[in-house]
Design a protein around this ligand. Sequence first.
Ligand SMILES: [Zn+2]
Length: 326
Amino acid sequence: MSFKEILGQEKAVFLLKSAVRQNRVSHAYLFVGPAGVGKSAAALNFARLLFCESVSAGDVEPCDECPSCRKAAAGSHPDIQVLSPDGAFTRIDAVREACRRLSLKGFESMRKALIVSEAGTLNEESSNALLKTLEEPSAGTVIILLADSLKSVLPTIASRCQRIVFSPLKDAVLQAILLERYGMGREEARYLARLSEGCMEKALKFHKEEIFKKRDAFLEGFLQGRMPVVEGKKAQEESFDTGLFLLAGWLRDLLVAKVNDEEKNFVNADRKDDIMLAARGLKPEEIDETLRSVADTAADLRHNVNRRVAFARLNTELWKSLRKSD
Ligand SMILES: [Zn+2]
């Protein structure tokens, strides 16, 4: 794995490489950006770069061959720690232990690195345990925190880190990765790149769930006035979540059709005729309202609202607004 393989994050990669090149590595970084856009890969690569015994001077990449690089690649470098959540939280005991190890002399060099893989799972207690080390790091310490959003991290933590922003992947970049690295077909890659809004993790999840195929079944039912996202029972809870994405994607297409009629912006670009037909007779604000209901339902589900209730409410609102013109 090299920085070259982290696509679409040129600015973040440039900042990290510059820090190493200019020997101005900060003691703490906060990588912020949506899941699946390359934060973890960048953090691991950055850590490898810090320990590599023969960094190539020109393009600043770890050499891949020295003992440090090999150990880092195998996940067994004694001076690189990765702290992950245990369930919903990154536990305070684990944070304390990681900080204790940071305070010790490095095994193989003067440096020690800690990657906190989901800083959003640090609760107040765990954050405070980390804060002391952030405020007074021992020499050579580099802490890299990864977070999906800035607001998931306590301001006291964030303010002590250099922020590196990772952007959602551009359509074309994500599409190229899906095509080349994952061998997907062109249509599926295009569809998933759009549906997942620049988030690689989502795209791969949808691929695994065969969403591209399911999309057709979804539309077939939906266009005939059925709400196919939760035809199943409790066992198909997951299909409800992904169904909401399908539905949101479809509604966004209807909105695009009303507002600027730009085919190239459709998620379901291969279903243009169906989109134009379905959008006929609807007002943009009606579609917008329905999209909001879908977003609200998705938010409700994240807060463990009863799925049956959430679905019933969405179903009512859906047909009320989409059929106003009948
Ligand atoms: Zn190396």
